[in-house]
Design a protein around this ligand. Sequence first.
Ligand code: F6P
Length: 323
Amino acid sequence: MKRIAVLTSGGDGPGLNPCIRAATRMAIHLGTEVVGIRRGFTGLIACDAVDLDLRAVGGIMGRGGTFLGTARCPEFYTEKGRREALRTLNRLGAEGLVVIGGNGSLTGSLELHRLGFPVVGVPATIDNDVNGTDIAIGVDTALNTILDAIDRIKDTASSHQRAFFIETMGRNSGYLALVSGLAGGAELVLIPEVETSMEKVAHTIEDAYVRGKAHCIIIVAEGWKPGTQAVVDYLRERQEELGFEIRLTVLGHIQRGGSPSAFDRLLATRLGAAAAEALLGGEHGVMVGWVASRLAVTPLEEAVAFQKEVNLELCRLAAIMER
Ligand code: F6P
């Protein structure tokens, strides 16, 4: 291939810039030109592109977000959108594409592959719900951001003797809540994958109070039902009887920003470089991930066949540690 394209798509996260940098530098090292597509599949449809040379991807290692921009692109789910995307790739002279993103973006990549265009995906989503990789780009930094928030909230929670609900991202996945709850020493974790009654939540708060704890920290994944606000409203009515006053902090998009951690920079560099190598080596329709501390190649069909589940062993561990 003489020229390939690279784009970031879907929700952003720390580590996208080092990944673009690595894919670009590896491709150039292998004698191939690189064109960056701005705003993900939206930019691919609109032919919004910029040539990337070695200098264009310099100085971005420590920057959060993605300097190419990203987007969620419903248009790409249509045949017309995908046809336009192919036209752009042809117009730009790109013979292959590296897509860096989560489940939706990798599903889009599979569609392009099915149309006969050579694509390699790289898993990047703070939700860590992509099949075929133990960890996706962005997860480590997001977890550290959440842990920092938990530690800070614990300080004020203890000073005031309060129960705090801390909501993490994860509209379909409890990974961030579960792992940060475990690592942050929370009293309870609420995730979409495990049903927990409001009564159980009330009991946990009351129990923490009776045992003389200075605070009660409950981590809630965004996708937990019936929802963080619903449980907070319900428990506020019963505040007197539970002992602790109740407060809520929604971390929101703070989790998606920030300078990538050492782990994310390294992971992004290895996966980005491996994706360019795979594409130029003739391996198409695959995703390059990280399994058991090694690079692992998974067909895109498998990567997007289902959402990776949380490790139930960690749920058991969290329940034991929550005492
Ligand atoms: O898919 C990643 C994610 O961070 C989810 O956890 C969250 O629900 C969603 O993105 C938020 O997306 P947006 O930034 O488009 O509101």
